[in-house]
Design a protein around this ligand. Structure first.
Ligand SMILES: [Zn+2]
Length: 291
């Protein structure tokens, strides 16, 4: 296992890889024909594509806080669910990745959830007998108000993504922190809010001097989702996703904003460039390569 890190005076950044899983390629690419998407990311014999569960640990040297962004899919699935989603923690696992960089769950002071679909928050909790309990004893748990609203009163289509064993422990925790758009976790660490994939998805945004890094969550799940019309079938409001991508991509190119890729099995950090009318991945990098 090899994981990258990057150290600045203000912050240190660590890749926390929580494993691999698989999702249906058709659902991942919506209306894009398989003949096109499978050239970018090949499908397995069950039409699934290989996905990462890559989290990011941001250590602040100013405040001493350790922010973990998302926690992966976790270990609570039974054998059947693990098989359906091809969950594989043999090479990468949340605890091993934390330990690799010299951290444990106890060191995490804050978990910033992009959103609460099971592949983003499952690792926060584990079974203690019949009960699902939070296993980050010292962490404040940050979710946007609008997302919490939708996660606790989901529509029929999104319901399957919000698992009771993931949501209930948060609801019962006195560490749940519900925030509005524009929240500043501390100077240099804010977020962007997007609503296409799910309402109130927050994408943590780090500014260190001239370096800009955005955790791209499920706005750009893989490098192949950079072009504006390549939108997931999973998105609740695909029209919003189109608008959000069209708005942010020119900024990603000009600033430039480096994108930290949560689900891309190959790419950890990418930059984008315009090619003709559309946008595409420019460079495939790691945290180490950040300016
Ligand atoms: Zn996801």
């Amino acid at each position: 296992m090899e994981l990258s890190s990057k150290h600045y005076d203000s912050f240190s950044l660590y890749t926390i890889d929580a494993g691999r899983f698989k999702l249906d390629g058709g659902a991942m690419f919506g209306v894009v024909p398989k003949t096109l998407w499978s050239k970018q990311i090949p499908a397995d014999d069950k039409n699934r594509i290989f996905m990462a569960l890559r989290c990011l640990l941001i250590q602040s040297h100013a405040t001493g806080r350790n922010y973990l962004i998302d926690t992966g899919i976790g270990n609570k699935f039974d054998e059947k669910m693990s098989r359906i989603y091809g969950v594989d923690t043999s090479e990468y696992d949340l605890d091993d990745s934390l330990a690799y960089h010299g951290f444990s769950r106890d060191d995490i002071t804050d978990i910033i959830f992009t959103h609460l679909h099971f592949d983003h928050c499952g690792g926060t909790t584990d079974w203690q007998g019949e009960e699902s309990v939070i296993c980050f004893p010292n962490a404040d748990l940050w979710v946007t108000k609008t997302h919490w609203e939708t996660a606790t009163k989901p529509n029929a289509r999104e319901k399957a993504s919000f698992l009771k064993e993931n949501i209930e422990p948060l609801a019962n925790s006195d560490k749940l922190r519900l925030i509005d758009e524009g929240h500043e976790f501390e100077p240099g660490l804010t977020h962007r809010i997007v609503n296409g994939h799910t309402l109130g998805q927050q994408l943590p945004y780090l500014t260190i001097g001239n370096t800009h890094l955005m955790f791209s969550g499920d706005l750009f799940p893989t490098f192949a989702h950079i072009p504006v019309p390549w939108v997931m079938g999973y998105d609740m409001r695909p029209i919003y996703t189109l608008e959000e991508k069209a708005q942010i991509l020119p900024e990603c190119e000009s600033t430039p904003i480096h994108l930290f890729m949560e689900h891309d099995a190959q790419q950890e950090v990418i930059t984008v460039r315009k090619e003709g009318k559309n946008f595409t991945m420019d460079k495939g990098l790691t945290l180490k390569d950040l300016p």
